[in-house]
Design a protein around this ligand. Structure first.
Ligand code: ADP
Ligand code: MG
Length: 638
């Protein structure tokens, strides 16, 4: 298994032929808060780990240990800058190491060799971390039905030998063999498939530079990695950390604080302040998706806009950006690059976002601006480190073969169009990187938003394909059906990450989605999907054709019907009757096809549509002539 032993939250993941996945707890929660409370039970002390400890932290401030990662492998002196942030008591142990003194655990009956009853207990950071690891081990073992004993555990890239050794020791105390300690940014890169062997020679020997931007609850880390891929079969590729920078006291908690302070300045009562911070944190999450959020305050609800929130946190985000600058400069030096590469990020090949706070839209925008590219966000930023640790674990156990890392797109990619058909933008076996653009429009008058369902597969109908994700393009100004111009772009980069963007060209409204199309697919599945598409090819083609005919015919019926109403008395009765007959014939076809697509014959349907189109040419001419005279009535608003 792979374990992300985090400052705020920890996770466990495993990886098999379908790729890595998180193991949730019995309640379905992926995160385990890295919080441990000690209680006295039957003359001994017992740790309570996770949500239960976190939820009651305020009640037991001196026996609940959070952020223990800040103390791992450090002396009390090293950790001095952190002590003000830790509510429990940190003392000096052997060799000046940091230890936690638990104050106020109820008196314990004396046992031989134990401290006297009622004395405070002293625990090492390793023991506390071991309690977290033991909980994750039990979770994985229960889910998989076997005892999991071997683990890959991640640590920050800047951890020194003592901190890494302390992490190994915590594993041993938890009954785990820590097979490898992996840097968190390296794990994040592995989760995206970077640095794993590729199917072809094209990626061999080509070095690349990857930036990992990790903004969590209380800490910010940025790392610049150099990836040297395998030069030949049997070799493994490796990552080198060129530089790290960051801020050990910068994160989402600070966003909560500035937001709370802006709404109610100078609140000092601890309980009221704690409640306000909780409200601010919730509002902050709401502002990730919405334009406005409400915060409950002692004086009643207060509304905060996304714009105001962004103004408040901008200086904090700017601090993270200057750390990015330092990391880039150090990395340029370490890579033997000239001063011109220290400030431009043109030599960076990919940027990965890690940590819950990178969901904040301003953070994403600033990162994209600073590095001049869309960062990777397809994987859940909370989970990406644990997923990568699981990938490393499966590589080490020799189980990683069968996972899909191709230099071609194994299955076609497209979007769902009206009626449930699929418009394929990139067809299977296209080599990466690949890019495709196509124009779409609306099918209903005044349609203000378009749903984009991104699909993968060879079949012609959306319901027979795999949906990779959906997003909405909103805020399209009211226009008649068919007038908005929605440009959809698919871009698959060299690492196989797909960026889909949609922009309505008249209004400039845009929206985007990022996914990793190969996640959760095995070679066998790709083959099955391919075989099925052959079996259904003919039927699927017919259905797609009929669905498109329905959509196009409806636009014709509507437009021609409206012209006919407006221009009724300008037309010869015979022509009008003929046109009405064609309209009725096509209308009947559409109704029948909508009811059951098999009930109509595609060629006959197409013939009926073409007959109406031919017949309506004169109507178009009359309509144009009338509108030039200024009596044409309400035409499409061009
Ligand atoms: P750590 O690396 O310190 O263990 P995490 O990566 O779990 O921390 O990040 C926790 C932070 O992410 C918290 O400050 C939390 O408020 C923030 N966060 C989580 N989800 C969102 C969201 N949807 N929008 C904004 N911030 C979020
Ligand atoms: Mg983290």
């Amino acid at each position: 298994m792979g374990i992300d032993l985090g400052t705020t939250n920890s996770l466990v993941a495993v990886s098999d032929a379908r790729g890595p996945r998180i193991i949730p707890d019995a309640q379905g929660r992926a995160l385990l808060p890295s919080v441990v409370r000690y209680e006295a039970v039957d003359g001994d002390i017992r740790p309570v780990v996770g949500w239960e400890a976190k939820d009651r932290q305020a009640e037991f401030p001196l026996t609940t240990i959070s952020s223990v990662k800040r103390l791992m492998g450090r002396s009390r002196e090293d950790a001095r800058g952190d002590l003000a942030f830790l509510p429990y008591r940190v003392i000096e142990g052997e060799h000046r190491t940091a230890r936690v003194e638990l104050v106020g655990i109820p008196a314990l009956p004396a046992k031989p060799g134990e401290p006297a009853a009622g004395a405070n207990r002293i625990v090492s950071p390793q023991e506390v971390s071991a309690a977290i690891l033991r909980t994750l081990k039990a979770r994985a073992s229960a889910a998989l039905g076997v005892e999991v004993r071997r683990a890959v555990v991640t640590v920050p890239a800047y951890f020194d030998d003592a901190q890494r050794q302390a992490t190994r020791d915590a594993g041993r105390l938890a009954g785990l063999e820590v097979v490898r300690i992996v840097n968190e940014p390296t794990a994040a890169a592995l989760a995206y498939g970077l640095g794993l062997e590729r199917a072809s020679d094209r990626h061999r020997g080509k070095e690349s530079t990857v930036v990992v931007y990790d903004l969590g609850g209380g800490t910010f880390d940025v790392s610049v990695l150099k990836l040297t891929p395998a030069a030949q079969d049997g070799e493994t590729s490796f990552f080198q950390v060129l530089a790290t920078a960051g801020d050990t006291h910068l994160g989402g908690d600070d966003f909560d604080r500035v937001l709370a302070e802006a709404v109610v300045p100078g609140l000092t009562d601890p309980a009221a302040r704690a409640r306000l911070l909780l409200e601010a944190e919730r509002a902050k999450r709401d502002l990730t998706d919405g334009d406005e959020a409400t915060i409950g305050t002692p004086a009643g609800p207060a509304v905060v806009s996304r714009a105001r929130f962004e103004e408040l946190i901008d200086p904090l985000v700017a601090r993270s950006m200057s750390a990015c600058g330092r990391a880039l400069r150090d990395a340029a030096k370490a890579a033997g690059r000239g001063p011109e590469d220290a400030d431009n990020a043109g030599w960076v090949d990919a940027v990965i976002l890690v940590g819950g706070s990178t969901r904040v839209p301003l953070v994403r925008r600033r990162v994209a601006e600073r590095f001049g590219m869309e960062p990777y966000t397809a994987l859940d930023p909370d989970q990406v480190v644990a997923l990568g640790a699981a990938v490393q674990a499966s590589v080490l156990s020799g189980a990683s073969r069968g996972s899909l890392l191709l230099d071609v797109i194994p299955l076609s990619l497209g979007i769902e169009t009206v009626g449930g058909a699929v418009a394929k933008l990139i067809v299977r076996n296209t080599t990466v990187p690949a890019k495709a653009t196509e124009m779409f429009s609306t099918s209903v008058d005044g349609q203000g938003s378009i749903k984009l369902n991104v699909l993968q597969g060879e079949r012609e109908m959306a319901e027979d394909c795999r949906s990779l994700g959906e997003f909405h393009l909103r805020g399209i100004p009211p226009m008649p059906a068919g007038i908005p111009q929605v440009q959809v772009t698919f871009m698959v980069d060299a690492n196989g990450v797909l960026n889909v963007s949609a922009v309505e060209r008249r209004s400039g409204k845009r929206a985007a989605l990022q996914v990793v199309p190969n996640h959760g697919l095995t070679r066998e599945e790709v083959e099955r999907i391919e075989t099925e598409s052959y079996r259904h090819a003919r039927e699927d083609m017919t259905r797609h054709r009929i669905v498109d005919l329905i959509a196009n015919s409806k636009l014709d019926l509507k437009w021609i019907g409206e012209r006919l109403d407006v221009l009724a008395d300008k037309l010869e009765p015979a022509y009008r009757a003929q046109l009405e007959a064609r309209l009725a014939a096509l209308g009947a076809m559409v109704a029948a096809a909508q009811n059951d697509w098999r009930s109509v014959e595609a060629n006959a349907f197409q013939a009926a549509k073409e007959a109406l189109d031919r017949e309506s040419v004169r109507l178009h001419e009359i309509s144009i002539a009338e509108s030039l005279k200024g009596t044409g009535g309400a035409g499409p608003g061009r």
